[in-house]
Design a protein around this ligand. Structure first.
Ligand SMILES: NC(=O)c1ccc[n+]([C@@H]2O[C@H](COP(=O)([O-])OP(=O)(O)OC[C@H]3O[C@@H](n4cnc5c(N)ncnc54)[C@H](OP(=O)(O)O)[C@@H]3O)[C@@H](O)[C@H]2O)c1
Length: 270
């Protein structure tokens, strides 16, 4: 991997139009890297980096977007699979169609992009794939079952991928953010109706979740960590962008008996 500090890299960041992805694009561009973000929307181009059109749920769109970058920049050194969706609702009310849409974006979307960029990385015997998962990959979150499931799936996918591509000089890592101040809550998938039997608890959990916005942090922190991973010759398998009780929760999940951890989680949300 060409990770010499100061070396200009060609970076593709999915979901470069807002939130964490936008922060990553801005920071890496400011460091002099050649950065391509992606968006599904038509609009103005940002300063310092370029947005290419890509819907990660559509294989043809992914291939077109990657091809556009390869034609323009000649190679892709680093891919940050950041584009993702949230989902909320009682598991019982989540239709398989909604679950499929979420998994199609959060898991298969990253897979489509990996399939498109890996041939070039293998040929050059260098590359870095950073998959943005979530602290939610470590445990089930109440009323966000499929979000946790999708991020846990992407964690395991990335572990397996790394073992397969490391012989070609490619590293695959995950980055798990805690709560960051972005637009993710507004675009969360939601079931059309919430069962009455869940309503009271669901409303309370969502109220606590909504209230946590006041301590959610600047997404540039995630961008700083991405830049650090890029400058590391042999990156670790997983990185955390989380602080305080959020970071602690990952360690507690490893240490506490399952039911005890779940009771602690529900206490937090009630
Ligand atoms: N914010 C947090 O607290 C937090 C915590 C943990 C993990 N994360 C993860 O961080 C990543 C970024 O989230 P965010 O908080 O920055 O959310 P955000 O502000 O809602 O941004 C989501 C980005 O994903 C893109 N996107 C969504 N669906 C897409 C699709 N089908 N094809 C291509 N792009 C798509 C959007 O681009 P367009 O709409 O322009 O196409 C947008 O740029 C997600 O994977 C999320 O799960 C976020």
């Amino acid at each position: 991997m060409s990770s010499t500090p100061g070396f200009v890299k060609v970076v593709l960041v999915t979901g470069g139009s807002s939130g964490i992805g936008e922060s990553i694009c801005k920071r890496l561009a400011a460091q002099g890297h050649r950065v391509y973000g992606t968006t599904r929307k038509a609009g103005e181009q940002p300063n310092g980096y370029r947005l290419v059109s890509m819907d990660i749920t559509d294989e043809a769109s992914v291939l077109r977007g990657v091809d556009e970058v390869l034609r323009e920049a000649g190679r892709i050194d680093v891919v940050v699979n950041n584009a993702g969706l949230g989902i909320q609702g009682p598991a019982e009310d989540i239709t398989p169609e909604m679950a499929l849409q979420l998994l199609d974006t959060n898991v298969l979307g990253a897979h489509r992009v990996c399939r498109a960029v890996l041939p070039g990385m293998r040929t050059r015997k260098a590359g870095l794939v950073i998959n943005i998962t979530s602290l939610a990959a470590n445990y089930g979150l109440p009323f966000r079952s499929f979000y946790s499931a999708s991020k846990a799936a992407l964690e395991r996918y990335t572990e397996a991928l790394h073992m397969e591509v490391a012989p070609f000089g490619i590293h695959a890592v995950t980055l798990q953010p805690g709560e960051y101040n972005t637009k993710i809550a507004t675009s969360r998938l939601r079931p059309a109706t919430i069962g009455e039997h869940y309503r009271k608890l669901y409303d309370r959990v969502m109220e606590v979740l909504g209230g946590s916005l006041h301590y959610s942090r600047d997404p540039d922190e995630v961008a700083v960590l991405v830049a650090k991973i890029m400058a590391t010759p042999r990156p670790k398998s997983a990185y955390y962008a989380a602080h305080g009780v959020q970071r602690l929760s990952v360690e507690l999940k490893k240490l506490l008996p399952g039911r005890r951890f779940q009771r602690m989680m529900m206490k937090h949300y009630q």
